[in-house]
Ligand binder design. Structure first.
Ligand code: CTP
Length: 408
């Protein structure tokens, strides 16, 4: 069953329905009233080869308002507007699509489409998180041109992409990480100075979130411990089935959350940028300049625990621990030399080393890493999108775990 809601991307859903029908599926289209302002009833009927209605009052004898949902093997909502996602979250059923969605136990795939501001609005972010917890599969939205000349995340995925995701949802195929329990930390911690100020870092959380998403896509059961992560980056992760998000603010909170989740984990990836120091005395009130010494102040900092080192100390048999090292090259020492020293110091099974600088590594979509093993041997290297790097990391994890299993 394909639900269509009121967005201009509805024209692309015509192609999606066509792909499904051509692939041999029986497709019932349930548009909302608003959707019909974009693409009319005759188009949906012709393309799906079935009668179409938006009303719960048609075909009452056959209880159409629940029958469609009960009979569906899969429900796709494309485009899914911000309004529809909010209604789905609240369980509103004021039209045929709403009743159908409440009556179904089939997998639900949504393809959001809206303006970037609406996608990033806390209400939508919250709704996506709730829907994700319920197992709704989210495809997109893509980053690209939007109506009215704007551009940014919010563009509905192409029909072919939604089609593939829909087939995968019904196939329920197990990925190569199926059965693995994974904990990934991501983002930058923030160490408070007073109620309004903090010491932070430039981590956007993109790489860590990509690592978590890639593991979930490959079938792992994932806990993402997220420190500060850029707006919009977390929304996709929150909505991913098989992935649970735990929020943390400071290094101490992140350490606590990761350590609590680590007990049951097979693989732990510390991709978070953890502050090495915290402020010794956090002021309960905003520090005022007028009560500070003239000319400058000094903040005393205390060293934070090294979470990764702690995990390595408590490592269980069969557990794989992965660290990240963001390095700036210098003093004639190569990046790899620095990475190797860090790998030896930390004792992790794998260390992903990447170069950072004022314009490298942070906030960008692309990254380049070299993955080294516990003895400093290079196990993999990848330059490309953060998704590509995440894939390479999981390939390396698999390789290490397979060779560890063989030597047991
Ligand atoms: N890390 C951690 N706990 C800390 C600091 C870092 O678990 N208190 C982890 C990071 O998540 C990362 C790895 O250790 O996986 C390397 O982080 P990095 O900051 O490069 O390491 P440091 O030991 O702080 O080394 P440096 O002196 O280069 O900052």
């Amino acid at each position: 069953m394909v639900g269509v809601t009121g967005g201009i991307a509805a024209y692309k859903t015509v192609q999606l329905v066509r792909l499904l029908v051509k692939d041999g599926h029986e497709v019932h289209v349930v548009p909302t009233e608003d959707a019909l302002r974009f693409v009319g009833m005759p188009t949906w009927e012709a393309i799906s080869r079935h009668p179409v209605t938006t009303s719960v009052h048609d075909d009452v004898a056959r209880v159409r308002h629940v029958a469609l949902g009960q009979a569906a093997d899969l429900v796709i909502v494309a485009p899914a507007t911000a309004n529809t996602l909010a209604k789905m979250t609240a369980g509103l059923a004021d039209d045929l699509l709403g009743t159908t969605l409440l009556a179904t136990t089939a997998p639900v795939v949504v393809a959001p489409a809206m303006h970037t501001e609406m996608w990033r609005h806390p209400s939508t972010v919250h709704n996506m998180a709730v829907l994700g917890e319920r197992g709704v599969i989210v495809v997109g939205p893509e980053d690209g041109e939007l109506t009215g000349g704007d551009s940014g995340p919010g563009r509905m995925s192409e029909p072919g992409v939604i089609f593939e995701a829909a087939l995968a949802a019904t196939a329920g195929g197990a990925g190569d990480l199926h059965g693995l329990r994974v904990v990934v930390s991501a983002g930058g911690t923030r160490e408070p100075i007073d109620p309004v100020r903090y010491i932070g870092n430039r981590s956007s959380g993109r790489q860590g979130v990509a690592v978590a998403l890639s593991a979930a896509e490959r079938g792992a059961d994932v806990v993402l411990v997220a420190a500060h992560v850029d707006d919009g980056v977390l929304a996709a992760a929150s909505a991913r089935p098989g992935l649970r998000v735990v929020r943390a603010g400071t290094a101490a909170e992140l350490g606590e959350a990761v350590t609590a989740e680590a007990g049951a984990a097979d693989v732990i990836v510390m991709a978070a940028a953890v502050a090495d120091y915290r402020v010794a005395e956090v002021s309960p009130l905003k520090r005022a300049k007028e009560s500070a010494p003239v000319g400058g102040i000094t903040l005393d900092l205390i060293e934070n625990d090294d979470i990764l080192a702690g995990l390595v100390r408590r490592r269980r048999e069969g557990q794989t621990i992965v660290g990240f090292a963001a390095e700036t090259p210098g003093d004639g020492e190569t990046l790899l030399d620095r990475g190797r020293r860090k790998a030896a110091r930390k004792g992790a099974d794998l260390l992903a080393v990447n170069e950072v600088g004022w314009s490298k590594g942070f906030e960008a979509a692309d990254n380049a890493v070299t993955i080294i093993g516990a003895d400093g041997e290079v196990i993999g290297a990848r330059r490309g999108s953060k998704d590509d790097v995440a894939e390479a990391l999981w390939d390396a994890v698999r390789m290490v775990r397979e060779s560890q299993a063989k030597t047991k």
